[in-house]
Ligand binder design. Sequence first.
Ligand SMILES: Cc1cc2nc3c(=O)[nH]c(=O)nc-3n(C[C@H](O)[C@H](O)[C@H](O)COP(=O)(O)O)c2cc1C
Length: 194
Amino acid sequence: MITNPIVENILARRSTRLFQEQQIEEEQLETLLEVARWAPSGGNNQTWLFTAVQNKDILLKINELVREGFRHWIPDDDYPGKLGAKASSAKENYNFYYHAPTVIIASNRPNYENAMADCSLALENIFLTAHSMGLGSCYLNQLHWLRNDEKLREYLFELGIPRENTICSTAAIGYAVRESKPPVRKEGTIQIIK
Ligand SMILES: Cc1cc2nc3c(=O)[nH]c(=O)nc-3n(C[C@H](O)[C@H](O)[C@H](O)COP(=O)(O)O)c2cc1C
């Protein structure tokens, strides 16, 4: 297999679920938002909106609204992650962004077929760049699941996320407390036809 700094960075990136309190630097945040903008997008639409939140009180308020939203949220399928998150959210110490000091919410225009794909590609740019700068990161699904929760959306609207936007993907960013172990990669997920 060929290796170079980009391949090494991809293989070494891990999801972080334990963050230090220390905020990331301004220049790091600027870089993360800039690489997000340079992700590919369907038809070069670039209809995404990246909202970075670094205010602890605002993040805690969003967490409260997520907990409240989960209480009366009925998952539309039996995806274990959804059921697990709903169950965990009942715990007093539940924090869906793992107390990361920076959270980036990617939203997009409604009824746009590539909304999720575009935002998720942008998030991978964020994750890989974060890793290259010595930062940890994690994909968060909760705001996407609760994207139609009225109270949550009202608060996100107050923060500047348009009511009509669909919430796609969210990134938790910060310094990791420790390195996460690489989860095993499943066999049988690659085919080469020549
Ligand atoms: C679409 C998607 C949704 C995810 N949602 C969550 C989440 O809500 N919370 C979380 O802790 N991790 C979430 N993850 C992270 C995965 O659990 C993680 O990528 C996977 O276990 C592989 O670990 P790695 O990223 O360290 O390689 C999500 C990842 C993806 C791609």
